[in-house]
Design a protein around this ligand. Structure first.
Ligand code: AHM
Ligand code: MG
Length: 365
């Protein structure tokens, strides 16, 4: 039965409202149903018996930066921060591009938080070692793409933040590049934030995937998608087909397979491509489907970056029951040699990723 509510809002007929005033009390019924990201993180800390709360605080810091970026993304058109970095707005204030702004917010939140000793970002050539009194004994490093989907920033289409957390391998002081040269299997936590029709934060610490929707009225991420699971197979394939002529034969044949008619496997599948990896992955995670960014002529090693795009997404997809490969091998086991290393990326529903892999082995050697 839906919960009956009475409203005492402005604009209601007072004569009608007054007899029902006794119903206008706070609604503990609703509040008790809401679990905020902060509450959830603290609750989950007990999953790690020796945890001292550092990872929880780090996730909290990421959540804070995400709210600030959400605010700017939502007023980007008004705030005049869509243009190139270095522009000046009508008030004569200096204007930062949204991706530069997001980068600065995440760096600031992680530096002040004290739990992170170095950051690797898509926006920075080299790592950003954090050398503050608070971070002296920090255990973690964070790799991130602060605002992914750059081609969508200026046109009001969903963009996202992707993050990946590793335990440092260096002993103390500011983190080093070596702290980031770890395989994806070593990730302690990973997640993304999608700034879409609503803003959501989805993360995993290796014990399932949980999604939180930002309720702007209370300024909190609230648990909305507990224990997210992706379907074994789906009906969506997501790939930039404009690059078709440059795809490996295995991908070309797989696309044709997706387009063929076959009742038993519910083909043809639908093609859906936003061009923001976070948004494409998020939709396919919920509805079932495959996302592919293969090698192309302009990106002979693939376009997406292993460290801060593919590894965190792969951990989430696997934790939700899906698969992520480079067309042949598991993404999380790839050796990482440089911060901005690229890789082909096939991720999503397990059966679909396997099938695409079969096409790759058969037709692309
Ligand atoms: P970016 O990090 O410069 O934004 O590039 C990554 C993005 C992904 O979000 C998206 O899936 C892909 O690039 C889109 O590329 P394309 O426009 O070549 O299809
Ligand atoms: Mg990116």
């Amino acid at each position: 039965m839906p919960h009956k509510q009475s409203y005492c809002g402005i604009g209601q007929n007072p004569r009608k409202t007054i007899p029902f005033l006794h119903l206008c009390k706070p609604r503990p019924f609703l509040m008790s149903k809401v679990k905020t990201l902060g509450q959830f993180i603290i609750e989950k800390q007990t999953d790690f018996p020796y945890a001292k709360g550092e990872l929880s605080r780090l996730l909290r810091d990421i959540g804070i930066a995400a709210k600030i970026v959400h605010r700017e993304v939502n007023k980007a058109g008004l705030a005049d921060i869509l243009g190139d970095a270095g522009e000046t707005n009508v008030q004569g204030e200096s204007v930062k591009k949204l991706d530069v702004f997001a980068n600065e917010q995440f760096i600031a939140a992680l530096s002040v938080g004290g739990e992170c000793c170095a950051i690797a970002s898509e926006e920075n050539e080299d790592i950003i070692p954090i050398d503050t009194p608070q971070s002296k004994n920090a255990k973690y490093v964070v790799a991130m793409d602060p605002l992914d989907g750059s081609s969508n920033i200026d046109v009001n289409v969903s963009v996202g933040t992707i993050f990946s957390i590793y335990r440092r391998v260096s002993l103390s002081g500011p983190g080093t590049v070596q702290d980031f040269m770890q395989r994806g299997t070593e990730q302690v936590a990973a997640g993304y934030i999608i700034y879409g029709s609503s803003t959501m934060l989805v993360y995993t610490t290796g014990k399932g995937v949980n999604g939180f929707t930002l309720d702007p009225s209370i300024g909190e991420f609230c648990l909305s998608h507990p224990n997210m699971q992706t379907a074994k197979s789906g009906k969506i394939y997501s790939i930039n087909e404009g690059n078709y002529v440059h795809f490996p034969d295995g991908v070309k044949k797989y696309i044709k397979y997706c387009q063929e008619e076959d009742k038993a496997t519910k083909r043809p599948y639908s093609s859906r491509y936003i061009g923001s990896a976070v948004a494409d992955i998020h939709r396919n995670l919920i509805n079932g489907g495959i996302y592919i960014y293969p090698t192309t002529a302009s990106s002979p090693k693939g376009k997406l970056r292993l460290l801060y795009e593919c590894n965190p997404i792969a951990l989430i997809i696997e934790q939700a029951g899906g698969k992520a490969t480079d067309g042949r091998h598991r993404i999380l086991e790839q050796e990482i040699k440089t911060l901005h290393q690229r890789t082909p990326f096939f991720a999503g529903s397990a059966d679909m990723v396997e099938m695409a892999g079969d096409f790759m082995s058969k037709y692309s050697g």
